[in-house]
Design a protein around this ligand. Structure first.
Ligand SMILES: Cc1ncc(COP(=O)(O)O)c(C=O)c1O
Length: 355
């Protein structure tokens, strides 16, 4: 059995893969593949409705917010957010906590005026800046809740009354959140929601057309909301598999249950990193992510040796991102505690071998 610690696309529950594979041959007894049905068919309409209902239920999305399934990944949101929310004469505030946050700000700068309120680039993004003030006249404040590459996470929404936009690509559905604190939440699906190809957007309806700009319809949130995410052909299969995965999450008991599991999984791994003299965590302890655990060893030789042992033990995808080095274990919802134990056992085996 392979233990997939990949950062995304990543592990999804086996039951989801099994059901999705059946639907590729025969979708719900229609005699047609999910890959060939019309996105306008009654059957697929039901899929979109159920997927939206599951998101609303699991994340307790209040009335007055629309749920959209778009394409273009979280990267497209880097552009869509300012196009829709940043007026010509306005200014947006961004918190810089890593590669994705930087990219989001860079794209917004192409649309309008952007101010970086704080950055942790001075320490290679190993921590989350805390003491910063968002100017009250900002059109919106943007941050990244989980920094997939650096293994840091923002658990509490920074304290500001400015409309807050959050990129939750790598921690959506992993912990309870209060949606009403946010104006807009977006997330590429390919971590905790489903396969690559669909992007979840949860937007407060009063933000539609907020920028006052004329923008192409395909980038207009309101157009997608009015069309029920069917303005153009949606990513049918990705939405369908997301629905299966959301059903799985609901059957498990929902987000509060998975959150407890995620806390135990992360603690188990961080405890070993802190105990084992061969490994060292890279993120500030108070900002450690529950989704992406980053750690290093003393020399590149030791790291190469451990990576080889990990491969032998069927631990996949733990090589760190090039900007951090070392290792990154992505421990998303579908990764079971037995996979965490397999990694911890391998770290202990390495220690024994080297002692
Ligand atoms: C936090 C975060 N934001 C944005 C992105 C970019 O997402 P996409 O590849 O869907 O555009 C990623 C990708 O890993 C991410 O982790």
């Amino acid at each position: 059995m392979k233990h997939n610690f990949g950062a995304g696309p990543c592990i999804l529950p086996k039951e989801v893969f099994e059901e999705a594979s059946r639907a590729v041959i025969d979708f719900n007894g229609t005699g047609l593949s999910i890959l060939e049905i019309s996105h306008r068919s009654k059957e697929f309409e039901e899929v979109v409705i159920e997927t939206e209902k599951l998101v609303r239920e699991l994340l307790e999305v209040p009335a007055g917010y629309s749920i959209l399934f778009l394409q273009g990944g979280a990267s497209q949101q880097f552009a869509m957010v300012p196009m829709n929310l940043l007026p010509e004469n306005g200014k947006a505030s961004y918190l810089d906590t890593g590669v994705w946050a930087t990219k989001a700000a860079k794209e917004a700068k192409k649309v309008g005026q952007v101010e970086i309120v704080a950055s942790s680039s001075d320490k290679n993004y190993t921590y989350i800046p805390k003491d910063f003030v968002v100017p009250s006249d900002a059109a919106y404040f943007h941050y990244t809740s989980n920094n997939t590459i650096y293994g840091t996470e923002v658990f509490e929404k920074p304290n500001t009354s400015v409309t807050t936009v959050v990129d939750m690509s790598s921690d959506i559905l992993s912990r309870t959140i209060n949606v009403s604190e946010f104006g807009l939440i977006y997330a590429g699906a390919q971590k905790n929601m489903g396969p690559a190809g669909v992007t979840l957007v949860i937007i407060k309806d009063d933000l539609f057309a907020k920028s006052g700009r004329t923008i192409p319809t395909i980038f207009d949130y309101e157009a997608h909301a009015k069309a029920g995410s069917m303005y153009n052909t949606p990513p049918v299969f990705s939405i369908y598999v997301s629905m299966l995965n959301l059903r799985w999450l609901k059957a498990k008991g929902g987000i509060s249950v998975i959150e407890q599991e995620n806390i135990i999984k992360a603690r188990t791994l961080y405890d070993e990193i802190d105990r084992n003299p061969f490994f060292k965590g890279t993120a500030a302890v108070e900002d450690r992510s529950r989704m992406n655990v980053t750690f290093v060893m003393d020399t590149p030789e030791l790291e190469a040796e451990f990576l080889a042992l990990a491969k032998e033990r069927n631990l996949i995808g733990i090589k760190g991102h090039r900007s951090v080095g070392g290792f990154r274990a992505s421990i998303y919802n579908a990764l079971s505690i037995s996979s965490i134990n397999a990694l911890v056992d391998t770290m202990r085996e390495f220690e024994e071998k080297k002692k």
